[in-house]
Design a protein around this ligand. Structure first.
Ligand code: ADP
Length: 702
C-alpha cells in the first residue's frame, strides 16, 4: 500500500475519487483505472500507432505510385516528342550538310535537288546585289502590244492559209504583216512565220531561209513566250528529219541540250515546250540513255520552273529580309506560303534560297509523329498551329524546331477521360484496401480486447470464488468451535440451552458439508470426473425429504414454504443424492434471496413427457441483463443485495449440470423485485447410460 500511495498520480486520483466513492472503493477504482490505462497505452503503442503509421505510409505510397505513373507517361510522351524533333533535325541537318558539301566541291546546289533533300522543290541563287541570278531569269517586263489592224489582217489570213497547208498564201500574208509593224515581237513573229512557210515551199533552200530569220531574231520572244531562235531550230530540225534524219536528229539534240543549259525565264513556258516537242520528233535510233537522262533533267527543271513561278513573289521579300551571316542557315515561312525557305550566304556574297514543299515536310513530320505514337496505344501526338488553343492538358506541348516554329507538337493521352477514371478507380481500390486492413486490425483488436476482458473477468471471478469459499468456510467452523467450546467448558445454562448448542453444531456441520459437497462436486465436474447412479425412482419422495429438511431453516427466517405434490407421479430416472443436491441448492437460494417475500413455493407435476419441478420465491429477483448468466460458473450478481449474502457462485452451475446429466432441462423466469422461478424438467426415458453408474462428463459446465 505504501508503494501504491507513493505514486503522485495515484495520490491525485485517490484524493479526487475518495470524495464521493469512499476510501476503499476509491483504491479499487484507481487500481482498475490504472489497469485500463495500462491496457490502453499498450494498445496505442503496439497496435494503434503502428496501424496508423502503416495506413499513412500506404496512402503516401498510393500518391507516389500515381506520381510515378504520371512521370512514366510524361517520359513516354517526351520520347515521342524527341523522335519527331530528331526527325525534323535530321531532315534539315542532312540537307545543310549535303548542300555545304556540294558548295565545297564547287558544284551547284541548284540542280539534282532530290539528292539534297526529298522535300526540296526549287532553289535560287541571288547575286550579291540581291538580283536573281540562277537558275531562272526574272520575268520579262510586261510589254503592251499596239492594236495594229494593218498587221492583224494579213496575220490572220496567214494563220488560216497555213492551217489549210496553203504555204504560198501564208508566206505572202505573213510577209505583208511583217512589213506592217514596227514592234520587234510582232516583226520577229511574222518574219519567222513567213520564213517557215517559205522553207516548206522550197525545202532545198530551207536552211538558208531559216538561218536568215535566226540571225535577225534569235533572242526575241514571241507573244506566247517562245524564243524565235528555238522555234527556228526546231523547225529546221523537223524539216531536216525528212531529208537527212541524222542531221535532223543532231540539230534537235543540240537544241534540247542548249535549252537545258540555258537560264529559263520565270513566267515564260517556251523553253520546256520546245524541248519536249524536239524530243518527241527525235527518231527511234536516239541513244535511250541520253534520252532518259535528258527527259529527267527536263522534267526536273519544268517542275522547278512551276514551283519557282508560284513562289517567285516571295523572292524579293526574302532577299531583303535575310541578312544572315556567311554560311549561316536561316529558315523562314511566310503566311499562306507553300514554301519553307532555307537561305544561306556564301563567301562570295551570293545568296542561295531553297524552297521546301511545306506541306510535304509537315505531312512527313505528322507521319513520324503518328508512327511514334502508334507504338504507344495510350498516347497521341499532334501537330497544331502555334497559338491555337489546345484541348485538354497535353503531356508535352512544344514548338517544333526553328525551321517550323509556327507548328506546335503536342502529345496527349489518347483518352484523357478514361485515364482519369482509371486513376480514380485505382485510387479508390487502394484506399478501400487500406481502410479495410485498418478496419480489420481494429476489429481484431476489439475481439482480442473482449477475449482478454473475458479472461480477466474469469480470473476475477475465480479469485472472488476462492475468497467467498474461505469466507463461507470460516463462519460455520467458528460457530461449531464456539458451540463446542461452550459445551466443553460446560457454559450452558440448562439442558435446553445445551440441546440448542448441539442442534447448532449439527446445523452448521450440515451447512459446512453442503458447502464442501458443492465445491468438491464442482471440482469433479470441472475435471470431468463426476459420476451418477441413475435408477427409476419416486421423485415425490426426494422432493418431500428436501422440503422438510429445509422447512425449519425457512421458518426460523419467518418464511413459509408451500409444497404442491400430486399423488400420481410417474417414476423417473434419477440419482437421488444428486437430485437432493439440486433441491438443496435451489431452496437455499430461495431462502437467501427470497427472504423478503416470506414465501417459497415448490411444485411438482407430471407432464406428458415427464416430471416438472418448480421452485419459486417472491424475493429480490434477477435483472433481465443478468438473467442469461445465472447458470455460468462463479456468477454472482453485482447487486449489493446479493453481495451482502454469502455465496460462491457455483450453486446454479452445479444444478444445471446435474439436471442436464439427467437428460432434463432447466429454465428460469424472474423479474427484479418480484421473485424468481426455476423450472426443472425430467424426461420419462432413462438418460444416456442409465441403469448403472454413469459417467457424465462430456460437457463440464462452462
Ligand atoms: P450463490 O452462491 O451466489 O448463491 P448461485 O450459483 O447459487 O451462487 O447463484 C448465482 C447467482 O444467481 C446468485 O449470486 C444470485 O445473484 C442469483 N440467484 C440465484 N438464485 C436466485 C434467486 N432465487 N433469487 C434471486 N437471485 C438468485
Amino acid at each position: 500500500m505504501a508503494t501504491f500511495r507513493e505514486s503522485p498520480v495515484n495520490r491525485f486520483l485517490l484524493s479526487v475519487l475518495s470524495r464521493w466513492r469512499g476510501e476503499v472503493a476509491a483504491i479499487q477504482d484507481v487500481r482498475r483505472l490504472r489497469d485500463v490505462l495500462r491496457f490502453a497505452s499498450v494498445f496505442v503503442i503496439t497496435i494503434l500507432l503502428p496501424a496508423l503509421f502503416l495506413a499513412y505510409f500506404a496512402l503516401a505510397s498510393i500518391r507516389s505510385e500515381e506520381l510515378a505513373l504520371d512521370a512514366d507517361l510524361r517520359a513516354r510522351a517526351a520520347g515521342i516528342e524527341g523522335q519527331v524533333q530528331q526527325e525534323l533535325d535530321s531532315v534539315f541537318r542532312r540537307f545543310e550538310e549535303r548542300t555545304a558539301q556540294r558548295l565545297g566541291e564547287g558544284g551547284s546546289p541548284l540542280d539534282r535537288l532530290g539528292e539534297l533533300s526529298p522535300f526540296l522543290r526549287v532553289a535560287f541563287r541571288l547575286d550579291p546585289s540581291g538580283e536573281l541570278a540562277a537558275p531562272f531569269a526574272p520575268p520579262d517586263p510586261q510589254q503592251v502590244l499596239p492594236d495594229n489592224a494593218a498587221f492583224q489582217r494579213p496575220w490572220r489570213r496567214g494563220i488560216t492559209a497555213e492551217r489549210e497547208d496553203d504555204w504560198a498564201t501564208a508566206a505572202e500574208a505573213f510577209a505583208l504583216a511583217s512589213v506592217n509593224t514596227q514592234n520587234p515581237t510582232l516583226l520577229a513573229e511574222a518574219s519567222f512565220a513567213a520564213a517557215r512557210n517559205r522553207a516548206r515551199l522550197d525545202p532545198r533552200n530551207s536552211v538558208q531561209i531559216l538561218s536568215d530569220v535566226y540571225s535577225d531574231y534569235a533572242s526575241v520572244r514571241d507573244r506566247m513566250g517562245f524564243r524565235v531562235g528555238d522555234l527556228v531550230v526546231l523547225t529546221q530540225g523537223q524539216l531536216r528529219m525528212a531529208s537527212d534524219p541524222e542531221i535532223g536528229a543532231v540539230t534537235l539534240e543540240a537544241l534540247v541540250t542548249d535549252i537545258l543549259n540555258r537560264r529559263w525565264t520565270l513566267g515564260q513556258p517556251g523553253e520546256p515546250t520546245v524541248a519536249r516537242a524536239a524530243l518527241r520528233t527525235l527518231p527511234d535510233t536516239t541513244d535511250p540513255d541520253w534520252l532518259a537522262r535528258t527527259r529527267d533533267r527536263l522534267n526536273e527543271r519544268t517542275a522547278q520552273l512551276r514551283w519557282a513561278e508560284t513562289v517567285a513573289g516571295e523572292l524579293e521579300l526574302l532577299s531583303s529580309q535575310q541578312p544572315g551571316g556567311q554560311g549561316q542557315w536561316n529558315y523562314f515561312s511566310g503566311p499562306n506560303s507553300r514554301a519553307l525557305w532555307a537561305t544561306v550566304r556564301t563567301q562570295t556574297g551570293e545568296q542561295y534560297l531553297f524552297a521546301f514543299a511545306l506541306d510535304d515536310v509537315v505531312s512527313h513530320l505528322r507521319e513520324t509523329a503518328g508512327r511514334a505514337s502508334a507504338v504507344d496505344a495510350e498516347l497521341e501526338a499532334r501537330l497544331v498551329p502555334a497559338g491555337q488553343p489546345v484541348v485538354g492538358e497535353p503531356l508535352v506541348q512544344r514548338p517544333l524546331g526553328e525551321q517550323i516554329a509556327f507548328l506546335t507538337l503536342t502529345v496527349s493521352h489518347a483518352d484523357p477521360t478514361s485515364l482519369a477514371a482509371q486513376k480514380a478507380n485505382r485510387r479508390r481500390a487502394r484506399i478501400a484496401i487500406v481502410l479495410l486492413s485498418v478496419f480489420l486490425v481494429f476489429v481484431g483488436v476489439l475481439a482480442s480486447a473482449r477475449l482478454v476482458g473475458r479472461e480477466v473477468e474469469s480470473a476475477r471471478m475465480k479469485a472472488d470464488f476462492a475468497a467467498n469459499v474461505s469466507h463461507e468456510l470460516r463462519s460455520p467452523i467458528t460457530q461449531i468451535r464456539l458451540k463446542a467450546e461452550s459445551l466443553q467448558l460446560d457454559l450452558c445454562y440448562d439442558d435446553a440451552d445445551r440441546q440448542a448448542h448441539y442442534d447448532a453444531i449439527v446445523h452448521e456441520s450440515e451447512r459446512l458439508s453442503r458447502l464442501v459437497d458443492n465445491v468438491l462436486d464442482f471440482a469433479a465436474i470441472e475435471r470431468g470426473a463426476k459420476r451418477y447412479s441413475f435408477r427409476q425412482d419416486d421423485m415425490a419422495a426426494v422432493v418431500l425429504i428436501q422440503v422438510e429438511a429445509t422447512r425449519s431453516t425457512l421458518e426460523q427466517k419467518g418464511m413459509e414454504i408451500e409444497l404442491t405434490l400430486p399423488d400420481d407421479l410417474p417414476p423417473v430416472w434419477i440419482d437421488r443424492e444428486a437430485l437432493g443436491q439440486v433441491l438443496t441448492n435451489l431452496l437455499s437460494n430461495a431462502a437467501k434471496y427470497g427472504s423478503d417475500g416470506g414465501w417459497v413455493g415448490v411444485k411438482v407435476e407430471g407432464t406428458p413427457s415427464g416430471v416438472e419441478i418448480s421452485v419459486s420465491d417472491r424475493g429480490i429477483g434477477i435483472s433481465a441483463e443478468e438473467l442469461p448468466h445465472v447458470f455460468d460458473d462463479f456468477f454472482r450478481s453485482k447487486d449489493p443485495a446479493v453481495r451482502r449474502k454469502k455465496g460462491t457462485g457455483i450453486g446454479l452451475a452445479i444444478v444445471r449440470y446435474i439436471v442436464e446429466a439427467h437428460g432434463g432441462t432447466i429454465s428460469v423466469e424472474s423479474e427484479a423485485g418480484e421473485g424468481t422461478t426455476f423450472t426443472l424438467s425430467f424426461p420419462l426415458e432413462p438418460p444416456e447410460g442409465a441403469g448403472g453408474v454413469t459417467q457424465h462428463a462430456a460437457n463440464p459446465v462452462r
